[in-house]
Write a protein that binds this ligand. Sequence first.
Ligand code: ZN
Length: 318
Amino acid sequence: MPHTRIEGFPAEVRITEVGPRDGLQALPDWVPTEAKIAMVNDLIAAGLRQFEVSSFVSPRAVPQMRDAAEVFAGIDRGKGAELTALVPNARGAARAVEAGVDAMVVFLSASESHNQANVNCSRETSLTAFREICRIGEEAGIPVQGAIATAFGCPFEGDVPVTAITELARAYADMGITRISLGDTTGMATPLLVQERCRALKREVPEAAITLHFHNTRGVGLACVYAGLLEGITRYESSLGGLGGCPFAPGATGNICTEDLVYLLEESGVATGVDLEAVFAVARRMEKILDRPLPGQVMKAGPRLTLHRRDAVPCAAG
Ligand code: ZN
C-alpha cells in the first residue's frame, strides 16, 4: 500500500507521555519508585521522547509524587528524551532545577473557580508566582512551559469563554512562555471547541506552540485529537493504557490512551516514532503492578490486522 495520509493532517506528531504524573498522581496505592522509573525507561526504549515525569508539589498534598527527585535520578537520559515536571511555586521550581528537569511546567485554570479549588488562589496570583518561576528557570537555563487547565469547560462554571484562553496564553507569551498546552481536565472538550480554540489561539497568540491534552471522560478524546490534527497541531499528551482518574470517583476517567493515540496516528499516516507492540508490553506490566485493568482498547484487541483462528471468533449469535 502506498504511503498515504488523511488530507490536512501533519506528517508527524510528538506525543508527551503524562502517565507517570497525570496518570499516577491520584492513585491511592503507592506505586514504587522503581516501577515509575521502569515505566519511563521502557517507554523511552519504545520510542517515546517526551515525558511529564512528576510534580514538585507538596508531598502532603500529593503523596504519590513525593519521590519526584528519585524518579528523575533513575531515568536513562542517554536517548535524549525530554523530561518535564509540574511546578506550582518557587520552592517546587528550586527542587525541579536540582533534580535536573529539562523543562518546568507551570499551570493554572482557565476558570477562576477551578483555579481557586485546585491551587487555592486567583489566576492573577498564579501568574505572579509564575514570573518568579521564570526567573529561576532563566537563571538555571531551564525553559518553562505553560498549561491551561479547564480550557474546554469548567465543572463549576460550565462553558469557558475562548477569550479566557487567549488572554491567559497572551499573559504566558508575554513572560516568555510560548509552549502552551490546553488541558481538558474534566473531559468537556468537543471537536468543535477544539477547532474554535486552536484557531483563536493561532490568531491572537501566533507565537504560541500549542499542545493538546484530552481526557476520555465522555468518549470523544480521540475525536478531539482528530480535530486538532485538522488544525495542524503536532503535539499531544496522553497516558499509558489510559491511566488516570480516581478509581473511587465515578465519572473521573483518565487521559486519552497512548497506545490508542499511536494507533490512530499511524493508521492515519502520521509518524510517531513509537513501537506500538513495545508500548503494549509496558501497559500490561503496569496492569499487573496496579492489579487492575487499564482502559486502553488497542492493547486488548491488538492492531486491526491481528489475525484470529476462525473457530475462535464468535459469529451469528453475537
Ligand atoms: Zn490530564
